[in-house]
Design a protein around this ligand. Structure first.
Ligand SMILES: [Mg+2]
Length: 412
């Protein structure tokens, strides 16, 4: 039996939230941009009207203003976006608990088991579309299909505030003439490789010999061939799913030896950015932290400790790691390499939330800021946003040279 999968995508999410919060903006050309005094002021999102004038995500404010001089520039309110994103997910939860988020504004929903209660996939999509609009003032585009890939393509076909169904009978007609770059996981490099071999559309890819595609793109080629043929069977992960991992860590050998606490702190904080990212991606919290130090004489020591409250926040993990370093490391030698690991991983969000509630408002604020940073990085890459503390001389090799320490099975 075929599955029924929805992909629901909030339209112009950031800009739409701004228009809900301030209805006066609704009839204006709106762009949500990084701070204006910041010379990197960049368009993060725009509403429909601005989009029609050619305003593009990622361009500089001044470029956008040339195309659209009346453009109203607003600064992002990430706390609000997170709030609205959660509201919408709560609506989805009324229809199924198989909800897999893809960024803040997109989710897959497996509603195969919900049809007896609500009707077929298209009906459920319509109900969701109406409920989201009524309860939040936001609109979604929903794709309905028998796999995640086509559902995602469907949500892109009619926007905003619309439902598109792609079924076994019409997928060739609806999907196969789209450019191959539209397919999920076809990055710029793969698209070029495929184009160089005459594969321009998703249909071209679907009808290519499987072995050939694998010989061009390796394992990814096998997956993409499945995607194009509608034979992808990857499940929609349950909303409360957690990855089984024992620890998550990153380490680095510095380009120059570190000589002061301050330098060590910066490296720790940078490393924990990646750890936090990984923890969030796998939906787990660190119950403890371990820090490894290799000194200039190449001797390695590791210290570990328990966190009062499980966390996935970079700053909290970094502070613990630094505390461990300060109370254990004796500065007889310079520091050559640093590694930080999140250990005692737990999926117990409840413990986290409860103690956040008891502790103070500030912790929640930090949590929200970090959530927002994470969200921006998911969209625009790690380098797009960082802490002031991490600017300047880090004595670390460029990011892509960072070595990743894979989860280990050491227990503490
Ligand atoms: Mg969207």
């Amino acid at each position: 039996m075929d599955r029924v999968i929805l992909h629901s995508d909030l339209n112009n999410f950031y800009a739409s939230v701004e228009c809900v919060l301030n209805p006066e903006l609704r009839d204006k050309y709106v762009a949500v941009c990084g701070r204006r005094e910041d010379r990197h002021g960049i368009v993060l999102a725009k509403n429909m009207k601005a989009k029609k004038r050619g305003v593009k995500t990622g361009e500089a404010i001044w470029e956008a203003k040339i195309k659209c001089p009346e453009l109203v520039v607003v600064t992002p309110q990430f706390n609000e976006y997170i709030k609205y994103s959660k509201m919408v997910r709560n609506i989805y939860l009324g229809y199924t608990d198989k909800i897999e988020a893809f960024g803040m504004d997109e989710c897959w929903l497996d509603v195969t088991g919900s049809r007896r209660l609500f009707g077929d996939g298209e009906k459920i999509a319509e109900m969701i579309r109406c409920e989201v609009k009524e309860k939040t003032g936001l609109t979604v585009s929903v794709g309905v299909s028998f796999n995640k890939i086509f559902a995602k393509l469907g949500s892109d076909m009619k926007k905003p505030d619309a439902v598109t169904v792609i079924n076994r009978e019409d997928y060739k007609e609806k999907v196969w003439n789209l450019p191959v770059s539209e397919l999920l996981n076809v990055g710029r490099a793969s698209a070029k490789k495929l184009r160089d071999r005459g594969i321009k559309t998703i249909g071209d890819l679907a009808n290519s010999k499987r072995e050939l595609v694998i010989s061009w793109l390796g394992k990814n080629g096998e997956m993409l061939h499945n995607f194009a043929n509608g034979t992808d069977v990857s499940p929609v992960m349950p909303y409360y799913y957690t990855e089984p991992a024992k620890s998550v860590g990153h380490g680095i050998t510095c380009v120059e030896n570190l000589k002061t606490d301050r330098e060590v702190w910066k490296v720790i904080f940078e490393l924990t950015q990646d750890i936090s990212h990984k923890l969030r991606a796998t939906n787990v919290y660190a119950g403890g932290v371990a820090i490894g130090i290799k000194n200039s004489r190449l001797s390695v020591t590791e210290f570990s400790g328990i966190l009062e409250t499980p966390t996935h926040n970079a700053r909290e993990i970094a502070l613990k790691a630094y505390e461990l370093f300060k109370s254990n490391y004796i500065w007889q030698n310079e520091v050559r390499a640093v590694s930080v690991r999140a250990v005692r991983l737990t999926s117990n969000r409840f413990a986290r939330q409860l103690s956040l509630f008891e502790n103070n408002f500030k912790a929640e604020k930090i949590e929200n800021i970090e959530n927002a940073i994470e969200e921006i990085r998911m969209r625009y890459g790690k380098k797009f946003i960082t802490y002031g503390a991490l600017m300047g001389d880090l004595k670390m090799p460029p990011y892509k040279e960072a070595e990743i320490i894979l989860p280990s099975f050491r227990t503490y």
